[in-house]
Design a protein around this ligand. Structure first.
Ligand code: C5P
Length: 226
């Protein structure tokens, strides 16, 4: 299991300072929409300049197939090691993205978002008119068959996804509160023990790390435990 630290702080300087504090630890860094829109591709380069970090660019693409493939190709070339898109963009969009990326000399890992971890059951069915677990299973099989590498999902769905696809199909789980910290706006949260038990390949942790006074120490405690 790998720890992926969300760089969701309010400024580029704060995100870079956090990255510098984590030098030498075996962590991935997650760059989200705000940081990417504000700081651009250059920020990925700068992070890679701080140390040999692996970067997950969390832009959650959702558009028509050709536009998604165009965007995926650009972000692959920016140097991200992992990217993602919404499974609800559909099988054809996912296949189009994968065939475009597979034509490159090397490509990032590609994950599909099943259901946002901020959704509870009723919020999810208000949008998708479907039961959450059934929809997650359907999206996972679709993504697996389209040739993606794994899913973004809650810890609570990690095992279900592997059972429906393959043990090698990756799961990346946000909404992890390692030692039972506050859930904030997340609805489907779980702690480290649950993430381990459910077979998460990557856990994403944001606020419990960057809002703490000793972010490096929290990361070290998490890494010890995983
Ligand atoms: O602060 P916290 O640990 O809740 O941060 C979780 C991070 O993971 C945020 O950057 C959020 O955008 C992202 N994420 C999520 N749920 C998903 C996909 C990504 O919380 N399904």
């Amino acid at each position: 299991m790998k720890l992926c630290v969300a760089l969701d702080m309010a400024s580029k300087e704060a995100n870079l300072a956090l990255a510098r504090e984590l030098v030498g630890l075996d962590v991935w860094l997650k760059v989200g929409l705000r940081a990417y829109l504000r700081d651009g591709a250059k920020f990925i380069e700068e992070l890679k300049g701080v140390a040999d970090f692996r970067v997950f660019l969390d832009l959650k693409l959702y558009d028509i197939p050709n536009t998604m493939a165009d965007a995926a190709e650009v972000i692959a070339k920016v140097g991200a090691d992992m990217i993602n898109l919404h499974a609800s963009s559909g099988a054809r969009a996912m296949r189009t993205v994968m065939s475009r990326l597979n034509a490159l000399p090397s490509r990032p890992l590609v994950l599909a978002v099943s259901a946002l971890t901020s959704f509870d059951e009723s919020e999810f069915s208000a949008v998708y008119n479907e039961n959450l677990a059934a929809a997650v299973r359907k999206f996972s099989v679709m993504s697996y068959e389209a040739g993606l590498d794994g899913m973004v999902c809650s810890v609570l769905e990690s095992r279900l996804i592997k059972n429906a696809t393959s043990a090698d199909f990756l799961t990346l789980t946000p909404g992890v509160r390692p030692f039972g910290e506050s859930a904030n706006d997340q609805k489907r949260v779980a702690d480290l023990n649950a993430a381990k038990k459910q077979g998460s390949d990557f856990i994403v942790v944001g606020r419990p790390i960057y809002e703490s006074i000793e972010p490096r120490e929290i990361c070290e405690r998490i890494l010890e435990k995983i």
